[in-house]
Design a protein around this ligand. Structure first.
Ligand code: ADP
Length: 504
């Protein structure tokens, strides 16, 4: 049985994994780069080891160093979190060779699903529907045009090794095929050192719906229902919810069965996610499998009442699943908002830096998975996630209202962030009605960008509060100060007081 886990990751996911280990009585080992010396995951773990300079290639992706620390610290297992080495077959092979358990699937499953062309072939063989398109990689423009003739425009050219929305090109006109192929290839080469691409039909106004699965080493596999991930910017998720507002019970169960079949087809062990793209008529197609824990896994935990990290550890220990498919239920509704240090005004460009003030929300049904505290500098080297705000409500309506309440309590200063933008999403009529697809952000752009007005007022309030506190401190805040202000600024002053909690 696993007694000590090295968490080969950083930030919120490292903290989240450490928490479950603590509850299971398992010792934890953190690793950190220069930029993360004071990161919360370092402070939370039982032991922490410095593994190198800030760039991930020299630290969180340094397999030799991480294995060395695992041996030095006596860790008998490694949890890779998401990103970094979580889907790296060299790393999982190496762990196995060194006698360290890799908390995740076998290198065989990772390799089979990591390459999208291979995954599509495996899914076709397993009877899981895939997006119409090429079975093999596309070599030339002629080949591309041939397949386009069969499936029709528009199409997506996609990198076989793709991930994070990279190496993907939408082609609407035949004359754009050459440039699209070139662009997708060179981006794929630069990002994944592999320029193989394939073509699939572009599904208009689709939903991105994924299924959480768990599979043990005894051949048991179950699904824990879906997550609706259609609120995306730059093909990247930003708000997720479960249950999906568009699925019927029958469709959900049918997709769940296909998700389980997909996992079984690669002899999967551990927690994984089958992503489907779903059209307006609820036709669904396998998109890809993520062979690791997902960023958005907490919403599943909230409605199904399961700790997925504990399940992962039990599976790695060789225990059979105790959860039974027909006993699982979705109770209530959960929403996750990804709070990022990013600038919605500049195409959501990362905006790392020092957090001068942070207040996270609390109360019934609110969970914040974060790692940042006041004074911490969000490094420029990694994903600029500040925290995941995860909210549970007994109904979808309650969980939207609770999300709005919690976002209103969420205060971050020092770095540009998307809190107000997220608030606008939760207020948008299409979101509230559950009437949205992956084009939601572009379709509602004007409404969503209107958050600026609100930010401006909050900036004013913070300034007023700071000024009045300053007057108070230097003894210049006279009793006659208040009546002397105009009715308008007096109102603003009162709002500044309640907004900032200042003492005047
Ligand atoms: P990645 O692995 O880079 O995240 P995915 O294949 O998971 O790429 O696709 C990411 C997103 O791109 C999807 O959620 C969807 O919004 C969009 N997308 C991908 N393939 C298609 C398609 N065939 N038709 C329409 N949209 C697509």
């Amino acid at each position: 049985m696993i007694k000590k886990v090295l968490v080969a990751n950083r930030g919120e996911i490292a903290v989240r994994v450490i928490r479950s280990c603590k509850e299971m009585g398992i010792k934890t080992v953190a690793v950190y780069s220069d930029a993360d010396r004071t990161s919360q995951h370092v402070l939370f773990a039982d032991e922490a080891y410095h593994i190198g300079p800030s760039p991930s290639l020299e630290s969180y992706l340094n397999i030799d160093k991480i294995i060395q620390v695992a041996k030095e610290s006596g860790a008998d297992a490694v949890h890779p979190g998401y990103g970094f080495l979580s889907e790296n077959t060299k790393f999982s092979d190496r762990c196995q060779a060194e006698g360290i358990k890799f908390i995740g699937p076998s290198a065989y499953s990772i390799a089979n699903m990591g390459d999208k062309i291979t995954a599509r072939k495996t899914m076709i063989a397993a009877g899981v529907p895939v997006v119409p398109g090429t079975v093999d990689m596309v070599h030339s423009e002629e080949e591309a045009l041939q397949i386009i003739e069969q499936i029709g425009l528009p199409v997506m050219i996609k990198a076989s090794a793709g991930g994070g929305g990279k190496g993907m090109r939408l082609i609407k006109r035949a004359e754009d095929v050459t440039s699209g192929l070139r662009a997708a290839r060179s981006e794929a080469k630069a990002s994944f050192n592999d320029d193989s691409v394939y073509i699939e039909k572009y599904i208009e106004s689709p939903h991105h719906i994924e299924f959480q699965i768990l599979a043990d080493s005894h051949g048991n596999a179950i699904h824990l229902f879906e997550r609706e991930c259609s609120v995306q910017r730059r093909h990247q998720k930003i708000i997720e919810e479960t249950p999906s507002p568009i699925l019927t019970h029958e469709k959900r169960m049918e997709m769940g069965e296909h998700a389980v079949a997909a996992a079984k087809a690669v002899f999967y062990e551990g927690a994984g996610t089958i992503e489907f793209i779903v059209d307006n008529n609820l036709n669904y197609y396998f998109l890809e499998m993520n062979t690791r824990l997902q960023v958005e896994h907490p919403i599943t935990e909230m409605v199904v009442g399961v700790d997925l990290v504990k399940e992962q550890i039990n599976i790695a220990n060789g225990l059979p699943l105790t959860l039974k498919q027909d006993e699982l239920k979705q109770v209530g509704h959960a929403i996750e908002c990804r709070v990022y240090a990013e600038d919605p005004d500049s195409n959501f460009m990362p905006a790392p830096g020092k957090v001068t003030h942070i207040e996270t929300p609390g109360g019934l049904g609110v969970r914040v998975d974060g790692y940042i505290y006041e004074g911490f500098t969000i490094p420029m080297y990694y994903d600029p996630l500040i925290a995941k705000l995860v909210v549970w409500g007994s109904t979808r309506e309650e969980s939207i209202n609770r999300t709005l309440r919690a976002l209103n309590e969420f205060k971050v200063t020092g770095v540009k962030n998307n809190v107000k933008f997220l608030e606008r999403i939760a207020l948008a009529e299409d979101f509230v009605k559950g009437n949205y697809n992956t084009h939601f952000i572009e379709d509602n752009f004007d409404f969503l960008m209107n958050y600026k007005e609100h930010v401006q007022e909050e900036d004013d309030l913070v300034m007023i509060a700071a000024f009045v506190e300053y007057l108070d401190r230097i003894g210049e805040l006279k009793p006659q100060f208040q009546p002397a202000t105009s009715q308008h600024s007096w109102k603003k002053l009162k709002r500044a007081r309640s907004y900032t909690g200042a003492r005047f």
